[in-house]
Design a protein around this ligand. Structure first.
Ligand code: AMP
Ligand code: MG
Length: 548
């Protein structure tokens, strides 16, 4: 029987057509062993990858926001979404025919230390929807109540963190960054108590549920947990399942159960992780909690918590107050942490593939792949055709220094750089003048700093003139990889403040701008402006705790 307060599986047959047409095929629970016990009583499980659990009833579900594009991909129309059954379903109050809810079990390294069993503590997978193109999407509610993996916490989520996850996952998608998606943001009508600053002042906040969507939510930590428990047969079974479900093309090169297949899987996870992190660095995203349980094998950005967006370019910046001491997850260290996390995954896979040199070789490849991708990305950001010669690499390195001389808004800097023309360098123009918008403290642009920046800009423009193509071509190329609009931390906070008063209009407008992050949009200049001074040290705008 389900635990107290949990929804007895209420199958709803009175549904709008789009919801009624969703077809589920739940391979995770069908193909893998589950925990024989049910209910949310906290427990360690053995020889199993999940526990069945139903969401808790929300007293007054209200749909606050939803992703039109994602709904469309699932075959849902506006009227399907506006039907009350949608909010009921994605608050966790109703199960659609074919849903089979469960929480999965994984472990992980948190801040460098093995933490043992973690699992979906406040995520409940509803099922896998079959898509028209033959793919599948797992629907997962975040914040719909406790599971066996909730440990000492409650399984719920507050509106501010749910809105941040909803907004950022969709923004990342539109930016072209691999990510889990968010279908809906529903307020539950229940309050959730949180000590936001961890300073002994717990307070009730509105509760919310996000429906996350991804082909799968498999994390490095799923493999680590099985290896740590020495459940090697199940680890092999899970590797084979993962390949079947998420990487079926690998079956063309190796057979299930073989070391070659596991190595092929690891190689692809390394590649995808490199691509994901390069995108983060390109747009200025700081994940904030790169624990191995927050790393998707599909190379999707997952688990949006105390993440942040670089405003002034500072490779040492992290938004996460919980990490303020060690800054393990600071912006500039993300590629190194990704490799460390891959090493932990390799350690787990090593229990079934004892070929150390092969695993080490793939880890080394990650570094090579990452570096190549990064150089290509830097060239694209600067609108250059990469030659990868020493001079180009030096240009990139010097830029990294230039951006740190004084507080420089990374997003605005690259956009304005695209406006400079090589002819300006020849006439001895003050090249900094058009870039001033990007500087948080223009008074810190001392004569020496100006000379250094001017010199870099001159060498950059000289380098531009070596490439074929006119100013327009270069600008178009640069503006297609350097966004103008990103979900700046304070913009998200402004949308939260309004949403907490029951008004979703600010969120809707912000999300709408973020749908086309590379295109200048008339009347939307305020969304591209650098962070205002009032937001410099305001909670939620620059610093976030894990409390959510
Ligand atoms: P995170 O690093 O925030 O992704 O979470 C680490 C672990 O804590 C995961 O197992 C989460 O499911 C769990 N967790 C975080 N917040 C809660 C919560 N409010 N209730 C239950 N479990 C949670
Ligand atoms: Mg997590």
């Amino acid at each position: 029987m389900v635990g107290l307060g949990h929804n007895p599986a209420m199958i709803d047959n009175n549904l709008p057509p789009g919801l009624a047409a969703l077809e589920f095929d739940n391979s995770f629970v069908r193909d893998l062993p589950g925990d024989p016990h049910s209910g949310s009583e906290r427990r360690q499980i053995r020889n199993a990858l999940y526990s069945r659990i139903n969401p808790v009833q929300a007293p007054r579900p209200q749909l606050l926001a939803w992703s039109k594009e994602l709904a469309g991909e699932l075959g849902l129309t506006d009227s399907d979404v506006e039907d009350p059954a949608f909010a009921q379903t994605f608050a966790g109050n109703r199960l659609l025919p074919g849903m089979d809810p469960y929480a999965s079990c994984y472990g992980g390294h948190q801040f460098g230390n093995w933490a043992g069993q973690l699992g979906d503590g406040r995520a409940i997978n509803l099922g896998e929807v079959m898509l028209a193109d033959g793919g599948r999407s797992t629907l997962q509610l975040k914040g719909a109540g406790p599971t066996p993996y909730s440990r000492t916490a409650d399984g719920f989520a507050v509106l501010r963190s749910s809105l941040r996850e909803f907004l950022c996952s969709e923004a990342m998608h539109h930016l072209g960054v691999p990510t889990t998606r968010a279908l809906s943001l529903v307020t539950t009508g229940e309050s959730v108590v949180r000590d936001m600053l961890y300073d002994g002042h717990p307070a009730p906040e509105p509760g919310a549920v996000v429906c996350r969507v991804a082909p799968s939510f498999t994390r490095f930590g799923h493999f680590q947990m099985l290896a740590a428990r020495q459940e090697n047969d199940l680890l092999q079974q899970f590797v084979d399942y993962t390949v079947r479900a998420d990487f079926p093309h690998l079956l063309k090169t190796a057979v299930p159960g073989s070391a070659a297949l596991t190595l092929a899987l690891f190689a692809e996870v390394c590649d995808r992780t490199a691509q994901m992190v390069v995108h983060w660095m390109r747009v200025g995203f700081v994940h904030g909690v790169m624990n191995t349980d927050n790393m998707s094998v599909l190379g999707l950005t997952i688990d949006y918590g105390p993440y942040g967006w670089l405003e002034d370019y500072d490779p040492d910046w992290t938004p996460n107050t919980t990490d303020a001491g060690g800054r393990r997850y600071r912006f500039g260290y993300q590629p190194a942490v990704a490799q460390w996390n891959l090493l932990q995954l390799a350690n787990a896979l090593h229990t079934i593939v004892p070929d150390v040199p092969a695993l080490e070789g793939l880890l080394k490849n990650f570094e090579i792949t990452y570096t190549q991708l990064w150089h290509q990305t830097m060239a694209a950001k600067l609108g250059l055709t990469l030659s990868a010669d020493e001079a180009d690499l030096e240009l990139f390195q010097k830029l990294d220094r230039i951006l740190q001389l004084t507080e420089t808004d990374m997003t605005l800097f690259y956009r304005q750089l695209a406006e400079l023309s090589p002819s300006q360098a020849e006439t001895g123009t003050d090249l900094l003048a058009p870039l001033l918008e990007a500087y948080y403290q223009p008074e810190m642009l001392t004569a020496e700093v100006r000379v250094e920046i001017q010199a870099w800009l001159e060498s950059y423009l000289k380098r531009c003139s070596r490439d074929a193509g006119d100013l327009n071509t270069r600008r178009t190329r640069m503006n297609s990889v350097n966004p103008l609009y990103v979900p700046r931390n304070y913009l998200a906070q402004l949308a939260i403040d309004k949403a907490e008063q029951g008004d979703p209009a600010a969120l809707e407008e912000l999300l709408d701008v973020l749908r086309r992050p590379y295109d200048q949009q008339p009347g939307k200049a305020s969304f591209a402006a650098r962070r205002p001074e009032w937001a410099r040290s305001k909670v939620g705008c620059s610093q976030l705790s894990c409390s959510s």
